[in-house]
Design a protein around this ligand. Structure first.
Ligand SMILES: Cc1cc2nc3c(=O)[nH]c(=O)nc-3n(C[C@H](O)[C@H](O)[C@H](O)COP(=O)(O)O)c2cc1C
Length: 360
């Protein structure tokens, strides 16, 4: 049996949170270590017609471009998501993007200057504003990312619409989706839930009529490529049920949740920790695990009850192999990690070995 070495806290994360997004994209991922082997026997899983080597993947976010996708594939993550792209180049937010926080109730989180030494407690903001590259760059780079995948692996391209004056918002989702399609994507995810951007962009997933209208337009434009929707937490089971039914009716094939949870992020003086223009940020990592698992259980139960043809991808605070397995037991077909894989790039290999040894 291969023993997977520890990573945290001795080694630095593969995404350097002191550096800008552009520098991480240009110089990262920061990983120069050996890649341990994975178990020979795979537990293959069917995902929207793809046979994957495992149910373990990475949601939209930490895989900035084809070099990040190639590394994650070698590290044993079998369903990779290419970070959300837009129809036009977009700069995103300046630093800071990720700061360590401790949630303190009532929708607020407080900056903590020392990273928590407990891996299980790692919780951060992710405030990037979805930066995106030019169409020319994306066409080449998505193609390169696809060619880096091994047998039993697949890649989703995440897309989002941008409200431009004079351009229909739904049309812009389609423009971004068509870049993904033209680059060769075989799975496309529409982000209906970014908590870091303008209201109209971020809250789409909470409106069942808009979910139907936008999703159906994208489904028609990209067919036969399967469409996945990315959603966030819901205020009620009733609204989740309406949205899942709308998505299924629109021809959506899978739902990925949850996105980072919006919180007001404060510094030690009670001021906005990310600057005045960004009082609210998405919070990801350990603190949102309970909400994520509850979302998966509810979504799975509604899908069963309503007999909806929807597959679930779960993410949110899944820090360890046990958490990824708990997500699968809760009803997801795919369990994914964004924050934890940045601080422990061996997470998928750890999970494969744990499961190979019968401790599922
Ligand atoms: C660095 C980073 C960037 C992210 N960027 C995106 C994004 O572009 N699109 C998106 O749909 N979600 C994005 N997310 C949200 C993740 O996909 C995921 O939903 C969330 O972080 C919860 O998972 P986690 O607790 O494992 O990080 C990002 C997350 C992180 C950590």
């Amino acid at each position: 049996m291969t023993v997977i070495p520890d990573w945290f806290p001795a080694r630095l994360p593969i995404y350097d949170i002191q550096k800008s997004y552009a520098d991480n994209a240009a110089d990262g991922p920061f990983f120069n270590d050996a890649i341990p082997s994975r178990p020979e026997k795979v537990r293959s899983v069917d995902f929207l017609g793809f046979t994957l080597n495992s149910s373990i993947g990475i949601p939209a976010g930490p895989l900035l471009n084809s070099r990040w996708i190639a590394l994650a594939a070698q590290l044993g993550f079998d369903l990779l998501t290419y970070k959300t792209i837009r129809s036009l180049p977009h700069p995103g937010h300046p630093l800071p993007n990720m700061i360590f926080v401790e949630p303190c109730g009532n929708g607020t989180a407080r900056f903590t200057d020392k990273p928590l030494d407990q891996f299980d407690a790692l919780t951060l903001t992710n405030s990037f504003g979805m930066p995106s590259q030019s169409r020319e760059f994306l066409l080449e780079d998505i193609d390169r990312a696809l060619s880096s995948l091994g047998k039993g692996q697949a890649m989703i391209v995440s897309i989002v619409g941008t409200p431009h004056p004079g351009i229909d918002f739904a049309d812009d989702f389609i423009r971004a989706a068509l870049i993904a399609r033209d680059a060769g994507a075989s799975l496309i995810e529409a982000n209906f839930s970014c908590p870091n951007v303008a209201q109209s962009e971020g809250m789409l997933y909470l409106n069942p009529d808009a979910v139907y209208q936008f999703a159906n337009a994208i489904v028609r434009a990209i067919g036969p490529i399967p469409l996945i929707l990315k959603v966030g937490v819901f205020p009620s089971r009733d609204l989740l049920q309406k949205v899942l039914k709308s998505a299924a009716r629109a021809g959506v094939r899978a739902i990925c949740g949850i996105n980072s949870v919006s919180m007001q992020v404060l510094d030690s003086r009670g001021c906005s920790a990310l600057g005045e223009s960004r009082p609210i940020s998405g919070v990801c990592g350990a603190a949102i695990r309970d909400a994520a698992l509850q979302w998966i259980r509810e979504a799975a139960s509604i899908i069963r009850q309503e007999k909806l043809d929807l597959t679930l991808l779960g993410c949110g605070g899944l820090m360890r192999p046990e958490h990824l397995n708990e997500c699968l037991t809760a009803g997801a077909t795919i369990a994914m990690s964004a924050t934890a894989m940045m601080w422990d790039p061996y997470l998928a290999l750890r999970t494969h070995w744990r499961n190979a040894n019968g401790k599922y």
